[in-house]
Write a protein that binds this ligand. Sequence first.
Ligand code: UDP
Ligand code: MG
Length: 310
Amino acid sequence: MNTEMSIIIPAYNEEENIELIVEELEKVVNKLNISYELVFVDDGSKDKTWNKISKIGENNKNIKGIKFSRNFGKESAIFAGLNYAKGKCCAVIDSDLQHPPETLIEMYGFWKNGYDVIEGIKLERGKENKLYKWFSKLFYKLMSISTKVDMEKTSDFKLLDRKAVDEIIALPEKNMFFRAMSSWVGFKTITVGYQVQERAAGNSKWSTFGLIKYAIRNIVSFSTAPLQIVTFLGLLFLVFTIFLGIHSLYKYFSGQALGGFTTIILLQLITGSITMLSLGIIGMYISAIYDEVKNRNRYIVEKSVNIMDN
Ligand code: UDP
Ligand code: MG
């Protein structure tokens, strides 16, 4: 193992960005003057992404790639990249140049100084629409509360030491939230700020519905806080029930029953909706458990370039 740095690049329909990111990353590794490999993970792209990766790979053995048989999602792509990477340290970076490649120089410096987990932190959120900002704020708030890690500014842009990478790829869970896992593994950690750039070409790969699904999955895969909140709500309601029960019985025995129609309707609505919500939350956990129990592969590799021979 004598590759100094592996750079993992998940790519889904990024045909216009592949050459650009290769060029930028090569500038960085040349400046650092280190041995390197770029590990592209084509997450089942439908455009020419794979053609570009394999063509570049033919002329440069440092550029490696695997292509998934279909779209398995960014988390699976990152995981696969970490799995194939050979470097003493591994960086993960988006293929759309939103993560400035030069930041890797600073990250590498910290790694050289003995840090194991170097987290890229967004100094400013990029251009996003209001609804997206609102949702991501809510999501990160929930994540931060439940993971006790300040997640608001974190991203998938990171540099990890080999020992952190080995811990992460050894985790058996299928629904992994990479952003939180890198802090979960511990080790000597530091953050490095970066300015989120405009996407070089193409569009964001997320739909609103996709993002909501992703957010729920990640919360469920990393935290049981929602289940605890539901239990707490149940207890709170028990207290109300006791008070209201005593109150109603008192009214009944003192002959002032009847009335209280509004109370009944409100109680019905509140308990009904809380019960439904709680069932829903429990359902999400059951479906996450179901996914884990099935124990399917995280991804299926269809093709690869420069992977076998190292
Ligand atoms: N990506 C991926 N699989 C997916 C969606 C995205 O590998 O299913 C990659 C994408 O090619 C990019 C990175 O993940 O390199 C970030 O995606 P995107 O730019 O669409 O997300 P955003 O920056 O808008 O959060
Ligand atoms: Mg992007």
